[in-house]
Design a protein around this ligand. Structure first.
Ligand SMILES: NC(=O)c1ccc[n+]([C@@H]2O[C@H](COP(=O)([O-])OP(=O)(O)OC[C@H]3O[C@@H](n4cnc5c(N)ncnc54)[C@H](O)[C@@H]3O)[C@@H](O)[C@H]2O)c1
Length: 303
């Protein structure tokens, strides 16, 4: 059973694994035979997760640190290589959440979120990808959020998660054919972040009851699968798990047809919108649909 897990003996770093999705994923990875480096900015929490895994007969070490500090990210990956001889996976999970209306915009808060959720993700991935490329194998799993599609009251957090999705697409394009895979997860989990959201929405009168979010553990099998050898052909994807629903998310794409003219005047643009583009506007917020095609765009002359 274990030999087929696709994770046996893998050395995997999990950031923000002191609680929530990260802690549940670290436990599941260890249960499936991986050796885990447990990171969190909260040292006590990181050590608690690692000790819990060891108590269950798994293999884990704690490496507390702040992912937004490049030296901490370097030390995290170095710890994995020193301890286990390699790094096969990175679950790039640590993040901060913020909630607030557009008119409450706080630039210092946005900078802090960008630091942890974007710079932190890039720090850890950049440190991990070198050894992975030298090995010719490895899996990086970033964490985005359905919020990045444009949920109200979550713009700052959403912006950081949109950036994570863009990093994922770009890194996947860059590592294609190297043996290194890069994907992202869009999870859903009861915990600190959903409680923050509920408190805000209820206080503002936008909701009257807490949202019934699924457990952190419900996300863990998807994390484990995407970091395992079984997912060897999954690359450049955003995978969504929302309790009972498992799906892929579409990538942003250039909508067809592409209207073409030698020169666009102000009046031509107005006519293009009145005749074609206004009626084709995409819905704002979470929507469902088929993926775009990678085929060349149909270019339609707009005379
Ligand atoms: N909870 C949800 O429903 C939900 C939905 C979509 C996306 N996500 C994403 O899933 C991931 C996990 O969410 P969660 O609900 O488990 O969150 P959580 O707040 O419970 O856990 C995040 C962990 O990251 C740690 N952390 C924060 N800053 C850090 C830093 N600078 N360096 C290292 N560790 C740091 C925290 O101490 C905490 O233990 C996050 O990336 C989050 O944005 C969560």
């Amino acid at each position: 059973m274990e030999a087929a897990s696709g994770l046996t003996g893998h050395a995997i770093v999990v950031t923000g694994a002191g609680r929530g999705v990260g802690a549940a994923a670290a436990a599941e990875l260890a249960r499936l035979g991986a050796r885990v480096v447990v990171n969190d900015i909260d040292e006590v929490a990181a050590r608690r997760t690692a000790a819990g895994i060891e108590a269950e007969g798994g293999r884990a070490v704690a490496q507390p640190g702040d992912v937004s500090v490049r030296a901490d990210a370097a030390a995290l990956v170095a710890r994995c290589v020193d301890e286990f001889g390699r790094i096969d996976g990175l679950f790039n999970n640590a993040a901060l959440m913020a909630i607030g209306d557009f008119v409450e915009y706080d630039d210092r808060l946005l900078r802090r979120l960008l630091d942890v959720n974007v710079v932190g993700v890039a720090n850890c991935a950049a440190e991990a990808v070198g050894p992975m490329l030298r090995q010719g194998s490895g899996a990086i799993l970033n964490v985005t959020s359905g919020a990045h599609l444009g949920l109200p009251h979550m713009s700052l957090y959403a912006a950081t998660k949109g950036a994570v999705a863009s990093l994922t697409y770009a890194w996947a394009a860059e590592t294609a054919g190297t043996g290194v895979r890069v994907n992202a997860l869009s999870p859903l989990s009861l915990g600190h972040m959903t409680r923050m959201t509920d408190d805000y929405l209820i206080a503002k009168g936008h909701a009257d009851a807490p949202f019934a979010a699924p457990s952190p553990e419900s996300n863990a099998p998807v994390v484990a699968y995407l970091l395992s050898d079984r997912a060897g052909d999954v690359h450049g994807q955003v995978v969504r798990i929302s309790g009972t629903g498992l799906s892929l998310m579409t990538h942003p794409a250039i909508m067809t047809p592409v209207l073409d003219r030698p020169v666009w005047t102000y009046d031509d643009v107005d006519r293009a919108f009145r005749e074609i583009l206004s009626a084709r506007q995409a819905p704002v917020g979470i929507a469902y649909g088929e993926p775009a095609t990678a085929a060349p765009a149909p270019v339609v002359p707009f005379d």
